[in-house]
Ligand binder design. Structure first.
Ligand code: HEC
Length: 199
């Protein structure tokens, strides 16, 4: 017959052991402040005001329901072969993000490194206006309400195929569209960062 006290001590030891192994030790290895890259720059960089607004638009429009921002390491899936990143995501990639937009669904490609893969502002604007223009057959919904239709010429207007809008009408990105694209362009994971999940 085991003494109740021994049983209690055993249970307590098990809980403490699990807590140390699963919570405390992993937490020690997680960066909570930006690091300095070899080129002397701080990483992650602070988002510009416009890109920070774009991040709110991204949250607001639910992009996270179709797009993740977490590249899996080489040993775990085909993310790197798909060109979604140049390395697996690391804890430091999420430093300062409130909240981190990891996402769980991948109806569309991972966007953790989209700013590197697709740096063109024009491409992003056209894609948001109508994904079919840049990516025929795309399942992504168009976000036309991020654009204004104005009469006459406007130098910020998108260059659209003839017949998309009535003659003499220009499609102009709103401030929300430009902010969202600034955010997408800022989504870059520099490859020269190392950490525990690279091993
Ligand atoms: C219903 C699901 C869905 C939603 C919501 C969605 N997307 Fe997409 N997205 C896709 C799919 C599918 C693709 C792949 C085809 C394509 O390029 O259009 C894609 C592609 C993309 C790409 C190009 C990725 C690449 O690797 O070339 C970007 C950038 C993007 N989406 C941004 C966004 C943004 C920003 C939002 C929110 C405003 C958003 N998406 C909302 C499904 C979605």
């Amino acid at each position: 017959m085991i003494e109740p006290r021994t049983l209690l001590l055993g249970a307590l030891a098990t809980v403490c052991f699990s807590l140390t192994g699963y919570v405390l030790v992993p937490a020690l290895g997680v960066e909570t402040t930006p690091i300095t890259l070899e080129n002397g720059r701080a990483y992650p960089p602070v988002l510009s005001e416009q890109a920070a607004q774009g991040r709110e638009v991204y949250r607001d429009l639910g992009c996270v329901y179709c797009h993740s921002q977490q590249v899996r390491p080489e040993t775990f899936g085909a993310d790197l072969d798909r060109g979604w990143g140049r390395r697996g995501s690391l804890p430091v990639d999420y430093v300062g993000q409130q909240p981190p937009l990891l996402g769980t669904m991948r109806t569309g490609p991972d966007l953790a490194d989209i700013g590197t893969r697709q740096p063109s502002e024009t491409w992003h604007l056209l894609h948001l206006y109508d994904p079919q223009l840049t990516s025929p057959g795309s399942n992504m919904p168009p976000f036309r309400f991020l654009f204004d239709e104005v009469e006459g010429h406007d130098e910020r207007a998108l260059t659209l195929p003839e017949g998309t809008v009535a003659n003499g009408v220009s499609v102009v990105p709103t401030a929300r569209a430009s902010a969202l694209v600034a955010y997408l362009q800022a989504l870059q994971q520099p490859p020269d960062v190392t950490g525990s999940s690279d091993e």
